[in-house]
Design a protein around this ligand. Structure first.
Ligand code: ADP
Length: 265
């Protein structure tokens, strides 16, 4: 609580009393704390790949370059860390755009089924690498009014996570179904699952259940925060069901048109 005070004098300039104003600044403090945490997190996330890139470049220059095998190995690490840095910056910019003008979506008529078909090759490639059985259940066509690029990002982030957090030979299923005025998208996996206590925090920026694992898979820790923003900007809802060691399902409800957004779910 912040207190501001001022004395009150009567007409003879004798002290008569005082006014005290109590401001409850709990909310403000919390926001300020969150902002500080965010800046600290961003700095940390940027520092890690840069330190690694510098370290390996220096070691190469100090002589490791002569060893063909080491040279290859170190250059691959430098490339991977560079890609992480790029992904992080892309996600940070995306998030800041979404937070600034959430409402400025580019609504278009899109066929959701073709949109999903377009992004599948990349995900399929990742699934094949881990011998994950990826199944897709989509109607032949499904017209909705939404921001195509942003919606693509939602599918990519959730499918990437499903593949990343599922061990080899697991299963990932994407299902899109039509309801009266909205559509339902479910993405389920037979992966590692998310512990109960983490489920309410999973959409926070940089929150990860297992930092090391997320870093290994090239994750930025921002994917789900971006997904939630995009879904909510479309007046949709997202929730999850998950059981440790069994798997996770994300369920999204989206209005088929922005004008259908009220009181649907
Ligand atoms: P990241 O880049 O770390 O994947 P996200 O915001 O996409 O960041 O996800 C946040 C965290 O949520 C992840 O680090 C992981 O711990 C957990 N998570 C997300 N999706 C899944 C999933 N399908 N199965 C298990 N854990 C998941």
């Amino acid at each position: 609580i912040e207190v501001v005070g001022a004395p009150i004098f009567n007409e003879k300039q004798v002290l008569n009393g005082a006014v005290l104003v109590f401001h409850d600044i709990t909310e403000l403090k919390k926001l300020e704390e969150m902002r500080k945490d965010f800046v600290a997190n961003v700095s940390h996330e940027l520092k890690t790949p840069i330190t690694s890139i510098r370290g390996f470049a220096e070691t190469l220059l100090e002589g490791a370059m002569e060893d063909i095998q080491l040279r290859r190995q170190f250059l691959e690490i430098i490339l991977k860390e560079g890609e992480r840095l790029q992904a992080l910056i892309y996600d940070l910019l995306e998030l800041s755009k979404l937070e600034k003008d959430e409402m400025r979506l580019e609504y278009q008529n899109i066929d959701l089924s073709s949109l999903v078909e377009e992004l599948l090759p990349v995900i399929k490639q990742q699934a094949v690498k881990k011998q994950i059985d990826l199944s897709i259940k989509l109607p032949d066509t499904l017209e909705i009014v939404a921001d195509a690029d942003r919606l693509k990002q939602v599918f990519i982030n959730l499918l990437n996570n499903a593949v990343n957090y599922t061990s080899d030979n697991g299963k990932v299923l994407l299902k899109v179904s039509e309801k009266l005025n909205h559509i339902e998208i479910t993405i389920s996996d037979t992966g590692i699952g998310i512990p109960d206590e983490a489920q309410s925090r999973i959409f926070e920026r940089f929150y990860r259940v297992d930092r090391a694992r997320s870093r290994n898979t090239g994750g930025t820790g921002l994917g789900l925060a971006i997904v939630k923003h995009i879904v909510e900007a479309h007046h949709g809802e997202i929730r999850l069901e998950s059981q440790l060691e069994k798997g996770t399902t994300f369920i999204i409800s989206l209005p088929r048109k922005p004008e259908y957004s009220k009181g649907l779910f």
